[in-house]
Design a protein around this ligand. Structure first.
Ligand code: OOG
Ligand code: NI
Length: 439
């Protein structure tokens, strides 16, 4: 085999190809990309020091390439195979999200790069949900849905073969990598042709719109792609001027001087023409699933910081969560990447205490960007795109993480452990660069 293409490179090619496909399928997504590029250019111009900070941490370089997408799969087998396909692109399942308490019959993970260098190259993430058929109450419908899903293969034979090749040969060469991207793209493509009758579709919609979306088509079409903006309030305000109607509220924390976690907004799903098979050919219908979303990412919070965020979100009182980087760091509420400054490297430090080193200007601490998702926000995004009849009642809220991991074929990674490891590694490297050891 000729030289192996780095998984980061395959991920970048795939993310770009998916974006081009979605842009062709959903022109409003292209409008959103233009809007976000304009807002980001303005934000960079208006805040030069903020832009310098982003550049220093490598965030600026990845910004225009950065996006996440979402798909919903129907079976354990589909989930396990998509996990193998994402692994070819250096993406691993991180975190478990249970959406059942919010009335959405799925549980999910996010496939994303985990290594800081890979994240810096291209942080492409895919929020991937598995339908929980066991939450359909009507037994006949549940069985019909299960047998419909059992009949489909969401992967092309070429994609399956290339996943095998990557696993056995330890990677893909140039030609294989390009073919892999093209073949895997088919899994994410929209199909206007439903695989179930109009009657079955209606019964699935009555059980839950999301069930109809997963079961009625040949594959798990990409349902949105989300570029990253530096100023979501400006983007939300500018959407109507560009003929895009945003959802009413921005999900996540309120606007702050020190952005944390994730703030998201979207435009409502489009009503699209589809065709149902029937005895004499096809019947015309419509389906709403695909939408556009934008997000602003801030600093990742520690478990203590996250507990404060969750309490603040529930009470709508964010005053307990300091809006100040030093306070967030000293309180162990957020994760930081430490770095020795040129001044620190030139000096002979008398102390190995990080806070003292920061006060002396020998070390700086940069916030680590949150690379994951928020279950309450995700539920809000799902709900706002399921149409007026969306069911608000919660399903029995058992966290079925073990079932999910069994379907996936492996455990999901703990997001907090990843952030902790990055912070600890940066501290060790900083102290080493300064000729110090941890106190
Ligand atoms: C996924 C919704 C979750 C986000 O950004 O929180 C999500 C879906 O609608 O399939 O993408
Ligand atoms: Ni999203």
């Amino acid at each position: 085999m000729s030289a192996v293409v780095h998984p980061d490179e395959i991920r970048s090619r795939f993310s770009a190809a998916l974006s081009a496909m979605y842009r062709a399928e959903v022109p409003q997504y292209g409008d959103l990309l233009t809007l976000v590029a304009d807002i980001n250019a303005q934000a960079i111009k208006a805040d030069a020091s903020g832009a310098d900070r982003l550049a220093a941490s490598g965030e600026l370089a990845r910004l225009s390439e950065e996006r996440h997408g979402a798909i919903r799969v129907g079976t354990a087998d589909e989930l396990a195979t998509i996990a193998r396909a994402f692994a070819v692109m250096g993406m691993e399942p991180v975190s478990y999200y249970n959406l059942a308490p919010a009335g959405v019959p799925v549980h999910s993970t996010a496939f994303r790069p985990v290594d800081p260098a890979a994240l810096a190259r291209n942080p492409f993430r895919v929020f991937t949900s598995l339908l929980r058929l066991e939450l359909i109450e009507d037994e006949a419908l549940r069985e019909e849905a299960a047998s419909t899903l059992a009949r489909r293969d969401i992967f092309t034979p070429g994609a399956r073969a290339l996943i095998e090749t990557a696993e056995t040969a330890g990677g893909l060469d140039e030609d294989q990598a390009d073919r892999f991207v093209a073949e895997l793209l088919e899994t994410f493509r929209w199909h206007a042709q439903a695989t179930v009758s109009a009657q079955t579709y209606e019964r699935l919609v009555a059980a839950h719109r999301l069930i109809a979306d997963v079961v009625s088509f040949k594959g798990p079409h990409i349902n949105h792609l989300t570029p990253r903006t530096l100023d979501i309030d400006a983007a939300q305000a500018a959407m109507p001027e560009r003929g895009i109607t945003p959802k009413e509220t921005i999900e996540g924390p309120p606007a702050r001087a020190c952005p944390i976690l994730l703030r998201q907004t979207s435009f409502k799903a489009l009503e699209e023409a589809i065709a149902f098979p029937d005895a004499d050919g096809t019947t015309a219908g419509t389906h709403t699933a695909r939408f556009g979303e934008i997000e602003q990412r801030g600093c990742a919070l520690t478990p203590a910081g996250r507990a404060l965020y969750d309490a603040a979100l529930a009470s709508k009182d964010f005053s307990a969560l300091p809006d100040d980087w030093d306070a967030l760091r000293r309180g162990d509420l957020a994760w930081f990447r430490y770095r020795a400054t040129p001044q620190g490297l030139a000096a002979r430090a008398e102390t190995a205490d990080l806070e003292d080193l920061i006060a002396l200007g020998h070390v700086v601490a940069e916030p680590i960007t949150y690379e994951d998702f928020l279950p309450v926000s995700a539920a809000g995004i799902f709900q706002s795109n399921l149409g007026a009849e969306a069911r608000a009642a919660a399903y029995a809220a058992d966290p079925a993480k073990t079932d999910f991991e069994q379907a996936l074929g492996r455990p999901v990674q703990d997001e907090m452990a990843l952030y902790r490891a990055e912070q600890n590694a940066s501290i060790a490297a900083t102290l080493k660069a300064l000729g110090l050891t941890a106190p």
